[in-house]
Ligand binder design. Structure first.
Ligand SMILES: C[S@@+](CC[C@H](N)C(=O)[O-])C[C@H]1O[C@@H](n2cnc3c(N)ncnc32)[C@H](O)[C@@H]1O
Length: 611
């Protein structure tokens, strides 16, 4: 019988396993033989002292930090959730470093798009300081006190920001699916540093774009230097499997197609008939059939196709010689030929994607006094969703602030009948007691983020109430809160012998519920937190059927062989039970425990664990 060790994904071990797959010969007695690895890599090994690299104080520590396993867990909070039983969306309260660690197994390669809008390090924003020894404990202490910002005057100003970002990006990368991409908002302060660490974490070859977004429609006339009106969005893909979607055409773009020849092909606009990529076959003279004037392509260019095709097009009326028919040849570009969409460009105007003021107005429409100062417009996030997601993608935002990303996901789903799911992560950063937000009853940013999703979801249902299928729009979310593990063994406070011995009898902390433990088990196993769960009774004991019976968890005391027999009978009646988890101290006696293993094996259930 195996005991669940309560640990989440071990990234170092994962890396060793991956290396083992590639070069089994370099692992001796579970350790890596670096000399042999060097031999296998031949000339590609960089042995010189000087090399091109980007570094800062604390970099090695933050690589280590990103590989540490979490000692925390996520505890369900049904009360502040919405549509708990049916929703596939998640709202997680906690420091995102720890939350990303906890999601490593369950969301490994599952997220199609990550959008983040981290603190820009402008001096006024909040930079969370990680604790290298016990991050969860320190998080708990910090949330109970007030958190402190990284002031602009602090030494190592860029270093602290990099130390905060680097491990989070490393962990985020593991969650992206192979066809996924990450979009990161930033301004001039850290753009160059961010690009350098992203090149390192995601690989230079996976850089897709640096988008300039025109965020302000007015310039600041009191600005001492230049008035900055741009934000940037860095885009990196996980691998070459990422394919960007085309953007839907806007009415403004379609309005350029203002001619109609009533030839059954619909609206068109005149377009250039010549191209730059030269081909001798496409370089010939076109004669205007009305005037007989000869036209050659401009110097160094040629026509878009060969003479036969152009002659055919002239006969069919596909070549336009101006309104009077006396002009130079142009191509009739029909709207129905380009309707699939538009290739995104790297400049995003506020006409197209909104601006900061619009974002604040959006929040003001939901709350009378806007409780959050730095939101992004939903149109901006919708543009990103359009480019990078499919209708059923999982979208993650781990600096979610006022939950604009969740709002945009629900909005796009209601417009295109999508079923995208969101995962929001946000620190319960306290609101200043003098702020409007605090006075309006929002003690921290998580409360604002959750309330925005509730209000925005209801509004969308109302706005689209006449649309078929709108009743299926998922406007719910399951709330989880970061906390210390439910297992005593993981609590560094249980240090004395007496505590440890007691802990071995019952490993679960007294103030934790069976449901708390159930979700910790799901995280350890890497099971999606939104998978269907059912509370069932087995021979008078409460148990949980996870994923339609895939895993049965029973954490009750006094378990007898009756319970095991009943689980076996469920398997025999056709339920796909693959694993069973009990409490180690839950068996009526040692005999039951020993026989349980054999009995479950007899029923074909090999994966049997205890905690
Ligand atoms: C610029 S805001 C994001 C705004 C968001 N895009 C919106 O539209 O509302 C950055 C957010 O990241 C949060 N944050 C900072 N450090 C964090 C951490 N370690 N874990 C989770 N959230 C964090 C801050 O509390 C802040 O709300």
């Amino acid at each position: 019988m195996n005991k669940l060790d309560g640990k989440t994904m071990d990234l170092v071990q994962h890396n060793i396993d991956e290396l083992k797959k590639l070069f089994p010969e370099v692992i001796t007695e579970g350790k890596i033989d670096f000399d042999r690895l060097r031999l296998l890599l031949g000339d590609e090994v960089d042995t010189g002292k000087e090399k091109y690299e980007f570094t800062w104080p604390g970099k090695s520590d933050c690589i280590r930090l990103s590989q540490q396993q979490s000692t925390g867990t996520l505890r369900p909070d049904k009360e502040s959730s919405k549509d708990w039983d049916t929703t596939k969306n998640l709202y997680i309260e906690g420091d995102n470093l720890e939350v990303l660690r906890l999601l490593q197994k369950a969301y490994h390669r599952k997220v199609k798009m990550i959008y983040i809008d981290p603190p820009y390090n402008t001096g006024n924003d909040f930079i969370y300081k990680d604790d290298y020894k016990d991050n969860v404990k320190s998080y708990k202490e910090k949330t109970e006190q007030s958190m402190k910002a990284n002031p602009a005057t602090a030494g190592r100003y860029h270093s602290e920001w990099l130390n905060m970002m680097y491990p989070r990006l490393r962990l985020a990368k593991n969650l992206l699916s192979d066809d996924g991409a990450i979009f990161i908002s930033i301004d001039d302060t850290e753009l160059d540093n961010l690009k350098k660490i992203c090149n390192e974490v995601f690989g230079e070859e996976n850089f897709i774009a640096c988008i300039a977004w025109h965020k302000n429609y007015a310039s600041a006339n009191d600005s001492k230097g230049f008035s900055s009106v741009l934000d940037y969005i860095l885009v990196y893909r996980k691998s070459e499997n990422f394919v960007r979607n085309l953007l839907p055409r806007t009415d403004k773009q379609n309005s350029l197609y203002k001619y109609d020849s009533n030839d059954g092909y619909g609206p068109w606009r005149p377009d250039n008939l010549s191209v730059k990529t030269y081909s001798k076959e496409y370089d010939f003279t076109i004669i205007n059939p009305t005037t007989g004037v000869e036209y050659n392509p401009p110097k160094g260019r040629c026509w878009v196709t060969n003479k036969n095709t152009i002659d055919k097009w002239i006969k069919e009326g596909r070549v336009f010689f101006g309104q009077t028919g006396n002009g130079a040849p142009q191509l009739k570009r029909y709207l129905n030929e380009v309707q699939q969409g538009v290739v995104p460009i790297t400049y995003w105007s506020y006409d197209e994607c909104g601006h900061n003021d619009e974002a604040r107005k959006e929040i003001k429409q939901l709350f009378s006094e806007p409780p959050f100062d730095t939101p992004k417009p939903t149109r901006l996030i919708k543009q990103i969703l359009n480019i990078s997601t499919n209708k059923d993608s999982i979208v993650l935002d781990f600096f979610s602030g006022s939950s604009t990303t969740a709002h945009a996901v629900m909005k796009l789903n209601s417009q295109d009948d999508g079923n995208r799911k969101f995962v929001m992560v946000q620190l319960p950063e306290p609101c200043n007691e003098d702020s409007e937000a605090y006075k309006a009853g929002f003690p921290n940013i998580c409360e604002i983020g959750k309330e925005r999703i509730r209000r925005a979801g209801e509004n969308l249902k109302e706005e689209y109430k006449d649309k078929e299928g709108i009743e299926n729009l998922d406007i719910g979310f399951k709330v989880f809160k970061l906390d210390t593990s439910n297992l005593k063994a993981w609590d560094p406070d249980v240090e004395e012998l007496e505590g440890t011995l007691k802990g071995m009898v019952d490993p679960i902390k007294e103030d934790r519920t069976q449901e708390d433990m159930l979700y910790e088990i799901m995280l350890i196993y890497g099971i999606d937190l939104t998978i269907p769960l059912e509370e069932i009774q087995i021979k008078g004991k409460t148990a949980y059927s996870v994923g339609l019976g895939y895993m049965i968890v029973c954490l009750e005391d006094g378990l007898t062989l009756d319970v095991i027999e009943a689980i076996g009978a469920m398997k025999q009646s056709g339920q796909e039970i693959a694993r069973v988890v009990f409490r180690d101290s839950g068996f009526a006696d040692d005999n039951v425990k020993t026989n349980a293993v054999q009995l479950l094996k007899k029923f074909g259930i090999e994966d049997f664990r205890t905690i």
